[in-house]
Design a protein around this ligand. Structure first.
Ligand SMILES: Cc1cc2nc3c(=O)[nH]c(=O)nc-3n(C[C@H](O)[C@H](O)[C@H](O)COP(=O)(O)O)c2cc1C
Length: 195
């Protein structure tokens, strides 16, 4: 009996040391992109999301509140926007895929951390108390998410001053011309957490 308890404690300790998990997604159910629940104007603007790109060995994540889901070129798509000075930009540029993760209100503080600190300077994931979830494809999402959307980049371009049809936005949002790069990703998989 003592031996079993020691083994269990050792396993628990090992699990705590390395939080990354590649276990099958037991608590998530894959759903069709047409079944994604909720209002995405609300989800983006109020709930926020994490944009994550990279591999199990090296990835980065950041909070974003600008984005969209939709239908384009006969595919379900997600849009996100990353400024070039973000560390995450190096990853969205280098990788073919990215994930978008949405969370319940209890993770607001974690999203604040991922939206104010840079992965260049600190281990944000550890600081935010999040657990990386390595998807079957090798792409990275988070165990704590309520919804995971996995995308493959199909189009990317920077906004440009000459392309705006109003001066109000570039003068207010881009006074130093650090235009976002827009990524359009084909939605490959969607997972929803079971209640
Ligand atoms: C609520 C919120 C929304 C944000 N939305 C975006 C966004 O859509 N695009 C962007 O480039 N940065 C956005 N940011 C800023 C980045 O999350 C922030 O600069 C982050 O620290 C970048 O981390 P990184 O350097 O590790 O990539 C947002 C920040 C917050 C708090």
């Amino acid at each position: 009996m003592k031996k079993i308890l020691v083994c269990a404690a050792a396993l628990l300790f090992a699990a705590c040391q390395n939080k990354t998990t590649t276990e099958p997604m037991k608590i998530f159910t894959e759903i069709d992109s047409k079944e994604i629940p909720g209002n995405f104007v609300q989800a983006m603007s109020h709930d926020w999301m994490l944009i994550t790109a990279g591999t199990q060995e090296k990835f980065n994540t950041m909070t974003a509140s600008w984005g969209a889901l939709g239908h384009l070129w006969n595919k379900p798509v997600a849009f996100c926007f990353v400024r070039p000075q973000r560390y995450t930009f190096e990853f969205t540029e280098a990788q073919d895929c990215f994930t978008l993760c949405f969370f319940d209100e209890q993770y607001r503080e974690a999203l604040q951390i991922c939206g104010t600190l840079s992965g260049r300077d600190v281990n944000k994931v550890e600081k935010a108390g999040l657990t990386p979830r390595i998807l079957e494809s090798g792409n990275v999402a988070f165990e704590e998410a309520r919804l995971i959307i996995e995308c493959r980049k199909i189009y990317a371009d920077f906004f440009g001053l000459e392309k705006f049809t109003t001066y109000e936005i570039p003068s207010r949002i881009y006074p130093s011309s650090d235009f976002h790069k827009m990524y359009i990703g084909e939605i490959l998989h969607v997972w929803e957490k079971q209640p």
